[in-house]
Write a protein that binds this ligand. Sequence first.
Ligand SMILES: [Zn+2]
Length: 410
Amino acid sequence: MLLQGATLLDGRVADVRIDGAHIGDVALDRLVPRPNEEIHDLAGRVLLPSPIEPHAHLDKAYTARSVSNPAGDLAGAIAAWYQYRRTLTTADIAIRAREAALAGVVRGVTAIRTHVDVGEGIELRALEALVEVRAELESIVTIEIVAMTSRPVTGVAGADNRALLRAALVAGADLVGGAPHVDPDPLSCLEFFVETAAEFACGMDLHTDETLAPGRLGLADLARLVAGGFPHPVTASHCVRLGAQPLAVQARVAAAVAAAGISVVTLPQTNLYLQARGVDTSAPRGLTALAALRQAGVNVAAGGDNIRDPFNPLGRADPLETAGLLVAAGHLDPIDAYHAVSTAARIAMGRPPVAVAPGDPADLLAIWAPSADAAIATASEDRRVYRRGCLVATTTVSTQLAWPPPARTP
Ligand SMILES: [Zn+2]
């Protein structure tokens, strides 16, 4: 396959040859088509490494109309969701999860890490749904499943939830997950997750410190527990509390996180929505300490989190929306923001990077725009998505503008 005349991230125009699942050649001069080669004209389009969704909740997507969260905060969302999820069947979850995954694919996403609730009240139904959807969509998107253990995890009351996590890892979950900061004993909860991930030889992705309230930094505890090196990918998602710390604390924790090789995933949509409720003046933004983490060399990725559920009434499964929010609310440069939803997200998921260079995986997004900045600013829906060298989604936008105004008959 030959992609002709694409604008690259740095503004140069190139032809890109795809050989199988990888990029074979990138040339600023025209590449001569080979006999029977499929030719795609990408003039007027920017060709980017495809985005990756490092943090989704596909099992919760599109439930906002059925589950109300009048308080609009995290506690309200969890309480409403825990009640509602008892009613869900595997089939219902699979339908919504499939729709949300495909919404991401259409917008350029070639891999998704989704958390699925595992615990009393939903048991393994969400996991079973996602195992099914993961297999069903394997030809167009890679899905990774994090077993998100329900609270409580610790103590006598947590015994069933702990057993369900283990059952989920046997039944097809890829990573250990959960939210130690909402457990009655956050440190013991965290230690249990680290031990379980080690036992099952898998990575972990933990909802960490998703609050602006003062208190113990679970992120610092996690960095300490895996400081000796953990042999599988470790991700801390949210880390909102770190953003509310003094600079010296941010710098100290960020250095430990960098040394431990932990990726941090920030989730602007959901945390701008859930956090700072009841703060009527100079409301904080609910993001993590982006500058301190990046300065310390931490791999900082960004995800879309919730799509129209009690945790976030909006969301369109578009990493360019996430990148845009990182620019506005997190003060990242647009190109750095795109890095957070593509390369950094890939690193968090332990996948090879894509720089649109020979030998890289041919996981690419071609978007209608004159430059990468414009692509991020406009987030045009006019996109072509390539995964493993195959065109997996095409969206065409057609605009008619009544200018100059049509002549009127007198
Ligand atoms: Zn989440």
